[in-house]
Design a protein around this ligand. Structure first.
Ligand code: ATP
Length: 144
């Protein structure tokens, strides 16, 4: 049986990216705490994840009340609000969460996220663009 803390993840920001991360984690039988500051968006996920909560993830106390500091895996999927993305990532870093993933919009944003505590940064559009270039040339084997 898997250790409880390792078989769950917190996903912060439920836009297209964070939403699909949360849904795929659920499909993989991971327990998901999904957080967004927009109540309408949280409503949409209420029946689809283990726990869905409305909270401002830049608020240390709000995150602690939800028990975020006890998670071993976290995904920061906030995009356009750079301040929120950076501050949230740094709070998770302060919590010493062992595996923090964050979404970046640019190389500069990615570099800041790494400096404030992200262990892994993804640049979805950049990464997918590279991948499509390989697929266009029929080099699918690069990705197996
Ligand atoms: P995507 O491309 O994944 O659809 P995006 O890059 O446009 O998303 P946003 O829509 O800006 O990213 O952010 C994703 C989600 O993060 C939104 O649903 C937004 O409500 C949420 N969000 C933004 N700031 C905070 C915050 N401080 N606390 C919690 N959630 C937040």
């Amino acid at each position: 049986k898997k250790d409880n803390a390792t078989n769950r993840a917190v996903v912060i920001g439920l836009g297209r990216f964070g939403g699909s991360v949360a849904m795929e984690l659920m499909r993989q039988r991971t327990e998901v705490l999904a957080i967004d500051s927009n109540p309408k968006i949280v409503d949409r996920y209420a029946d689809r994840v283990t726990h869905a909560a409305v909270a401002d993830s830049t608020d240390d106390d709000a995150l602690r009340q939800l028990g975020v500091h006890r998670f071993h895996r976290a995904v920061v999927a906030i995009g356009t609000d750079l301040e929120a993305s950076i501050l949230t990532t740094s709070l998770l870093g302060d919590f010493a969460i062992p595996s923090i993933w964050a979404k970046g919009l640019s190389r500069q944003h990615a570099s800041i996220l790494e400096r404030v505590g992200a262990h892994h940064v993804v640049l979805p559009e950049h990464d997918m663009g590279e991948r499509v270039a390989h697929l266009v040339m029929g080099r699918m084997l690069d990705y197996i």
